[in-house]
Design a protein around this ligand. Structure first.
Ligand code: PRP
Length: 195
């Protein structure tokens, strides 16, 4: 899956971040092509229904924007902010709600939008929490999953790409709040995070 960080793939990376990148794991074109497929699948599965997309801040913002404008079914959006990582590179397992939904979801078809499922602890907590609010249905779309890191079994219905157990940033994912704007999924040089 990994490709060398060919210079043309990094053309859209802010120059100040470019030297930190080790390799491109999933380039922009592959992400966008996969989103076409996922959106078509979601359109088919929810045909005739409205869907509420719940983005999990902050990592999901790019996926939310790219996905919602591809859907032909009627969709609305809301956001939750939860925190489990701080500035570390692995999960502490502690989930806190920093921002809740603006409105009730009872009776709605809800699709949680996540950038990455790692241990699954965040989603496990979120799904239990949201299920208690009695939506008509509750599913998950995640751009990335790291199956080898899973600590709880989470049914992720729509998955963009499986990635190995390496620290990845870009397309919404950060390290210490940087790199979210990078359009591809990339790895960082170990010296960037002291690895
Ligand atoms: C990341 C990601 C998921 C969670 C996944 O969020 O967006 O919400 O971690 O990890 P898990 O499966 O091990 O629980 P993070 O806490 O880094 O916040 P952010 O999206 O604001 O960067």
């Amino acid at each position: 899956m990994a490709e060398p960080a060919a210079s043309h793939m990094l053309d859209t990376v802010p120059p100040v971040l470019r030297d930190d990148i080790e390799e491109v794991l999933v380039d922009e074109a592959r992400i966008q092509a996969r989103l076409d497929e996922l959106a078509a699948e979601i359109d088919r599965d929810y045909a005739g229904h409205d869907v509420l997309l719940i983005g999990v801040l902050k990592g999901a913002i790019l996926l939310m924007a790219d996905l919602t404008r591809r859907l032909t079914i009627n969709s609305s959006i809301d956001f939750m902010a939860v925190s489990s990582y701080g500035s570390a590179t692995s999960s502490s397992g502690t989930v806190r709600i920093l921002k809740d939904l603006d409105a009730a979801i009872e009776g709605l078809h809800v699709l949680i939008v996540e950038d990455i499922v790692d241990s699954g602890l965040t989603l496990d907590y979120l799904m239990k929490n949201l299920r208690s609010r009695r939506p008509a249905s509750l599913e998950v779309v995640a751009l990335l999953t790291k199956p080898t890191r899973r600590e709880v079994d989470i049914p992720v219905r729509y998955v963009g790409f499986e990635v190995p157990d390496v620290f990845v940033v870009g397309y919404g994912l950060d390290y210490a709040e940087r790199y979210r704007s990078v359009r591809s999924i990339v790895t960082l040089k170990p010296e960037v995070y002291g690895g």
